[in-house]
Design a protein around this ligand. Structure first.
Ligand code: KIV
Length: 262
């Protein structure tokens, strides 16, 4: 897969699947699945580091996670987030943020919003760096929203989101994540664009879907948003395995003779 394949998938009516990933081990596992792309999301700041928002992500943090994921991804399409403000400090700073991440092997970068950094999106795209946009709930703007809330409800807000989506496409983005917006609006945006929309909490009318891997696997015990279907009960499976290990150790049943060197 590549950014061109994403565009082709939309034109051929094929749905796209993406999951986030932040580390080598899970990247190795994702590489063995048919999933179309991996996002090294700035959600790493929350999921991997326990911060309360993605605002704590830095270029260095994204670089470390991108390097680990690329090593495990086996050539699968890897998109990496540009962190908070890194693309809002002028053109040179934005290029400096993107350069090491792409040099580390990300085939595309993702950034939130469009207004005020259309020029950055254009420059990245024309420099050979495919850009994925991110509209609707933009987690880096959580303080402006006063919390994580569904966005673009109602007619004027919907029209505004459609305008932003068109601006992103015009600036050269190859795809756009639509996060936590009403499903009918996401379907309307999807129909209006030639670039694919990748939804998260945006209903079934998008061209593709993305989930945070730890949500998808049921590993996140603190956060259960309605849109994040659990395809596995990972937390219970892991607790069970570790409890069985603990019991085996305490009963003297682990290690067995065949698990020991003689
Ligand atoms: O950082 C992230 O995990 C994301 C997804 C929610 C799309 O941006």
């Amino acid at each position: 897969m590549s950014s061109i394949d994403f565009l082709r998938a939309k034109s051929e009516g094929r749905k796209l699947s993406m999951a986030t990933c932040y580390d080598y081990t899970f990247a190795r596992l994702l590489a063995q699945t048919p999933v179309d792309g991996i996002l090294v999301g700035d959600s790493a700041a929350m999921v991997m580091h326990g911060h309360s928002s993605t605002i704590s992500a830095t270029v260095d943090m994204m670089l470390l996670h991108t390097e680990a994921v690329v090593r495990g991804a086996g050539g699968k399409f890897v998109v990496a987030d540009l962190p908070f403000l890194s693309y809002r400090k002028g053109m040179a700073a934005a290029l400096d943020a993107a350069q090491p991440i792409v040099a580390a092997g990300a085939q595309a970068v993702k950034l939130e919003g469009v207004d005020g950094h259309e020029d950055v999106i254009e420059r990245l795209a024309s420099s050979g760096i495919p850009v994925m946009g991110h509209l609707g709930l933009q987690p880096q703007s959580v303080h402006a929203y006063g919390g994580y809330k569904i966005q673009a409800r109602g007619e004027p807000a919907g029209r505004e989101l459609l305008r932003q989506a068109r601006a992103l496409e015009a600036a050269g983005a190859f795809a756009v994540v639509l996060e936590c917006i009403p499903a009918p609006l996401a379907a309307e945006v999807t129909a209006a664009l030639t670039i694919p929309t990748i939804g998260i909490g945006a209903g079934a009318g998008c061209d593709g879907q993305i989930l945070v891997l730890q949500d998808l696997l049921g590993l996140n015990i603190d956060f259960r948003p309605k849109f994040a279907r659990r395809f596995h009960d990972g937390a219970a499976c892991i607790a069970d395995a570790i409890t069985r290990f603990d019991r085996a150790v305490k009963a003297g049943a682990f290690p067995a003779p065949e698990e020991s060197y003689h």
